[in-house]
Design a protein around this ligand. Structure first.
Ligand SMILES: Nc1ncnc2c1ncn2[C@@H]1O[C@H](COP(=O)(O)OP(=O)(O)OP(=O)(O)O)[C@@H](O)[C@H]1O
Ligand SMILES: [Mg+2]
Length: 263
C-alpha cells in the first residue's frame, strides 16, 4: 500500500484536482484506492459524491480504530471496470482538528488509522495550510507531493511546504519521502510560466519536479462540476490532462516501489 499526501501552503493551486486526477488514473488502472479528504472545505468529497456516510475524517481522527475507519469508508460514485475508489469524507467539524499549539507534543492519529486500510493506494487531500491537519497527513504518508502553480507566490509556498515535510520526517515519520513538486495549470506557451518552472529547477534541482506538469485545461473544471473522473470528459483537453495524470501516477508508484526496496 502506498500512502501519498498532496499538500501546499497556498490555496487554490490544485491540490484537490491533483488528488482527483490521480484517483481517476488509479481507477482506470484497476487499483483499489482510498481518498481521505482532510480539508474541511470538502471539495474532494463533493466531487467523489459518496452517499451513505456513517463516519468521516473527523470521527477517524477522534478514534483511529479499525471500527471507526470501517464506518467512515464509503464507496464513491466513480466506477471503474476493475478498480474501485472509496472515500473517507470531510466534514465541517474537521476545522477543530486544525488548531495546533506548537507546545503540546504532536501525537499523530491518522497514521494509526491508515494502518487499518488494505488497498493499493491512499491519497490524502490537505487543506491550504501547514496546520495540524496537514501534519496529520504528513505523519501518515509514505510520499508527500507539493502542488504549485508557475507563479512567484506559488514558488514561495512550495519552499515552505518542503521545509514542513523535512520537519515531519525528522521528528515523527522517518518513512516519509518527498515525492516531488507538481507544477499545475502550466501553459507551455507562456514565457512567464516557463520562467517560473526553470526557477523551481534552479532552486530545488531538476529531480524535485514531478513530471509531467499538468496543463491548464477547462476539462479539469468540467469534470469536477460534473462529479466525474477526467476520462469521462470527451475533449482533446481532457485527454491531455488524463495522459499527464496517468504518467504521474506511474511515476509515484515507481517511487513507492524504489522506496520499499531501499528500506
Ligand atoms: N490544471 C488545471 N486546469 C484548469 N483548471 C484547474 C486546473 N487545476 C485546478 N484547476 C481549477 O482551479 C480551481 C482550484 O483548484 P483546486 O480546488 O484543485 O485547488 P486546491 O489547491 O485544492 O484549493 P484549496 O486550497 O482551496 O483546497 C478549481 O476550480 C479547479 O477546477
Ligand atoms: Mg482543495
Amino acid at each position: 500500500m502506498l500512502v501519498v499526501c498532496v499538500l501546499s501552503l497556498k490555496g487554490g493551486v490544485g491540490k484537490t484536482s491533483v488528488v482527483l486526477g490521480l484517483a481517476g488514473a488509479a481507477l482506470k488502472k484497476g487499483l483499489s484506492t482510498v481518498v481521505i479528504d482532510l480539508d474541511p472545505q470538502g471539495n474532494a468529497t463533493s466531487v467523489l459524491r459518496s452517499r451513505r456516510i456513517r463516519g468521516t475524517a473527523t470521527t477517524v481522527l477522534a478514534h483511529p480504530t479499525e471500527e471507526s475507519v470501517g464506518e467512515a469508508l464509503t464507496r464513491s460514485d466513480w466506477k471503474g471496470d476493475t478498480g474501485d475508489i472509496r472515500l473517507i469524507a470531510s466534514d465541517p467539524n474537521l476545522v477543530r482538528f486544525d488548531a495546533w499549539s506548537g507546545t503540546r507534543a504532536f501525537r499523530p492519529k491518522l497514521a494509526r488509522a491508515v494502518k487499518h486500510l488494505d488497498v493499493d493506494l491512499v491519497l490524502i487531500d490537505c487543506p491550504p495550510s501547514l496546520g495540524a491537519l496537514t501534519r496529520e497527513a504528513l505523519a501518515a504518508a509514505d510520499l508527500a507531493v507539493v502542488v504549485t502553480t508557475p507563479s512567484y507566490f506559488g514558488a514561495q509556498g512550495a519552499e515552505r511546504a518542503i521545509a514542513e515535510i523535512r520537519e515531519i520526517r525528522d521528528s515523527v515519520n522517518p518513512r516519509l519521502e518527498f515525492g516531488g513538486i507538481v507544477v499545475n495549470r502550466m501553459r507551455e506557451k507562456t514565457e512567464e510560466h516557463r520562467y517560473r518552472k526553470r526557477e523551481l529547477v534552479q532552486i530545488h534541482g531538476a529531480q524535485a519536479l514531478l513530471k509531467p506538469s499538468i496543463p491548464e485545461r477547462v476539462a479539469v473544471q468540467q469534470a469536477e462540476s460534473a462529479g466525474q473522473p477526467l476520462y469521462a470528459v470527451k475533449s482533446e483537453g481532457a485527454r491531455e490532462v488524463v495522459k499527464a495524470f496517468d504518467k504521474m501516477l506511474n511515476r509515484l508508484l515507481k517511487l513507492g516501489k524504489e522506496r520499499e526496496t531501499a528500506n
